[in-house]
Design a protein around this ligand. Sequence first.
Ligand code: TRP
Length: 326
Amino acid sequence: MSRIFSGIQPSGSLHIGNYLGAVKNWVDLQNKYESFFCVVDYHAITLPYRPADLRARTTDMALSLLAAGLDPEKCTLFVQSMVPEHTELAWIFNTLTPLGELERQTQFKDKASREESVPAGLLNYPVLQAADILLYRAELVPVGEDQLQHLELSREIARKWNARFDVEGGFFPEPKGLLTPTRRIMGLDGQAKMSKSLGNTVDLLEPPESIWEKLRPAVTDPKRVRRTDPGTPEVCNIYHLHKAFSPPATVEHVAVQCSTAGWGCIDCKRVLHASMEKELAPIRARAVEVAANPERVTEILSDGAEHARAVAHETMVEVKDKMGLR
Ligand code: TRP
């Protein structure tokens, strides 16, 4: 069975963009692969933060992942800072990574341009990401398109380390991206990608009334001004959400009703709301169960870390041996 690895920042709760863009796919993949899923708190300290917040966001993220359907019987779910080998391997990879490659990463340029003073950790962020993946010698990495550049760098680091220290063996596989089937989810403003910092999200655990309050005024086809104007589903964000949440027959029906002005946008949103409820209600119910038993969450994370550490330790023993380290 091939091994997969993916990581998610401890941003607190998941929004439906994270869910559709990544986590829903993980829930499916855990049945098919030997899976490692990691809440990457070391990545989250590259910009200023409050320790108590980070602790809470990490716990909340683990809770959301379990609610979304990650099953500790099927996958290894853990927190990055509980497995110190991640930073150990990252240091080693830092010695192999050309500075120019790091400066070229678009995510770095983006984030750095918004900071007065840029910590080295922000620059080295993708090196830690390479360590995350290669520590488990994972072959596949389920990510969104925005992570492909980081993944290319991970492959380069694997090649370089192999060439230098394991010429014949190819100790590290070159990890490939496994793109999520859902295209990226726009925020309810229909303007930009759904993102917590933009405040245009729907939380995965949000109550149905509150979801409706957001859907009702949400941007649709901007050219459809009057109820009698026919709409163009492909340019409508609500239609794309239908594709993510509604069954194919409903999606087809929605497209016809929109383009013939059979339905108004509110009708269409009501149907979307019902489809979302169908998927989200069981997730909310599971979240309540998980939250009622915090000791169990702690136990899941420490079991996960223990298993991850065993695998990570094996890798590090070989890495250090081949590199002449003790
Ligand atoms: N950089 C990723 C993100 O922001 C998170 C991440 C960290 C990750 N390490 C990883 C993703 C390893 C995949 C594999 O989404």
